[in-house]
Design a protein around this ligand. Structure first.
Ligand code: HAM
Length: 420
């Protein structure tokens, strides 16, 4: 039997890798310029790290989406369903609160959730994650939203929309949940099964339902944003003022509810209409209190995560290419005789520290060599035969414009350098 990949996992093939690197590079540029340090944490942890943080009423716990298993010592470990919990565990373990506050961290890598698979929803997916710890200033919230917007813009996207809301302080959320129970409790028999369960565990999540029967019941009800007490309302207004000042486009979403339990106050998502039902490119919010829950210091924090697969999907929908890719040079050397084969090999060794250079291991006729260069995705081909050898040059052809000229080895190096 032919072996196949596990359902909900994807291979990222060489031709897709360029877009993926462009996304990670865009994030690194934008977040690095904002002062974020790169952190890498393990992809598995004690299950408790995630259970405590994502919360008992999150889909991850309720719908048993966590890939948990026992190790040989009988401890329960789990593959990470997201990156925030592990980063906060590491923050606390390494006493990072002693560093100058606020501490900004970013990370990327795989995450795992045993979900129902569809376009944009996988069991192994990849996140880019950004966290800022040690400030409760609304300025940090606004900056965090702006950075999310900017990473997407840096990826070349133009059709993303930021949705901004607030889930309030824990007291607001408790009061709103009580309100929903009061309103929906007597009519719970008319709710879908999932919403009935949510009404029991975390009523706010009923607002996330796309079921028609639920929509009808919640249509006339107040939204979390309508019922914020003064402190959270003021905070939200300030966040908005900064974003307006900076000209960051967003829409207010009065009923934004995030799938993880740790949020309070600012909550936001970035959406893209071109990628199907799972339209959230990323999401995040403030999560003061989570570090303490994990046994660390009681510091406020806010952050977000993107799904890399979804950004790549949106990029191909928009046929967007990152600025990083535009100036790319990929050189293919075409040896026209036997002697040129070893010259090409030697030159490739010399030039590769500067850029991408390939060559065939046998001599080629010019037409065949150029065809091969094209098939291998080269932007330029450099041909060499007896007459070029005598003149001490290579015939360089720009495969995008068709332009051709004789150049020296140094010129080829300079061409690759210009793209680096
Ligand atoms: P999240 O909303 O659960 O938040 O996930 C963030 C993003 O990861 C989603 O918007 C989506 O693009 C992607 N994603 C999630 N699940 C899947 C899946 N099964 N398949 C493909 N993509 C997926 C978090 O994970 C929080 N840790 C974000 C955060 C950071 N909040 C504060 N700091």
């Amino acid at each position: 039997m032919k072996l196949r990949s596990v359902k909900g996992t994807n291979d990222i093939l060489p031709e897709q890798q360029g877009a993926w690197s462009a996304i990670v590079n865009a994030a690194e540029r934008v977040l690095g310029n904002a002062g974020a340090g790169h952190i890498t944490v393990p992809i598995f942890e004690y299950a408790e790290v995630f259970e405590r943080s994502v919360g008992e009423s999150s889909d991850i716990v309720v719908q048993k989406e966590m890939y948990a298993f026992e190790d040989r010592g009988g401890r329960t470990l789990a593959l990470r369903p997201e990156l925030t919990a592990g980063i906060m565990r590491a923050f606390s373990e390494h006493g990072m609160h002693t560093r100058p506050a606020p501490v900004k961290l970013w990370s990327y890598g795989p995450a795992f959730r045993a979900e129902n698979v569809q376009r944009g929803r996988y069991r192994q997916f990849h996140q880019i994650d950004y966290e800022i710890v040690g400030t409760d200033s609304p300025l940090a919230d606004a900056e965090t939203v702006q950075l999310m917007y900017d990473v997407l813009a840096e990826c070349g996207l133009t059709r993303h929309v930021m949705m901004l809301g607030s889930v309030g302080d824990p007291e607001d959320a408790a009061a709103y949940n009580a309100y929903l129970r009061e309103q929906l409790g007597p009519r719970s028999a008319d709710l879908s099964e999932v919403s009935r369960e949510r009404l029991r565990l975390n009523p706010m999540r009923v607002l996330d339902s796309k079921e028609k029967q639920d929509q009808e019941l919640i249509a006339g009800l107040d939204r979390p944003l309508d019922r914020l007490a003064e402190p959270a309302r003021m905070h939200f207004e300030q966040v908005r003022r900064y974003l307006d000042d900076w000209g960051v486009p967003y829409e207010v979403d009065t009923s934004i509810v995030r799938g993880l339990d740790y949020y309070r106050r600012t909550a936001f998502e970035a959406h893209h209409q071109g990628i199907g039902a799972q339209s959230a490119l990323g999401g995040g919010g403030r999560y003061d209190g989570l570090l303490k829950l994990l046994g660390g210091p009681d510091l406020p924090a806010i952050g977000w995560a993107f799904g890399l697969e979804r950004i790549a999907d949106a990029m191909s929908e928009e046929a967007a290419s990152s600025s990083a890719e535009d100036g790319d040079v990929r050189l293919f050397l075409v040896p026209l005789d036997e002697e040129a084969v070893s010259e090409a090999a030697g030159l490739a060794v010399k030039l590769r520290p500067t850029g991408r250079v390939e060559y065939p291991y046998h001599r080629r006729a010019p037409g065949k060599g150029l065809g091969e260069a094209d098939k291998r995705g080269a932007t330029h081909a450099a041909l060499r035969g007896q007459s070029e050898r005598e003149a001490g040059v290579w015939q360089l052809k720009d495969l995008r414009t068709g332009e051709q000229r004789a150049v020296s080895q140094e010129d080829l190096k300079a061409l690759l350098e210009s793209a680096a």
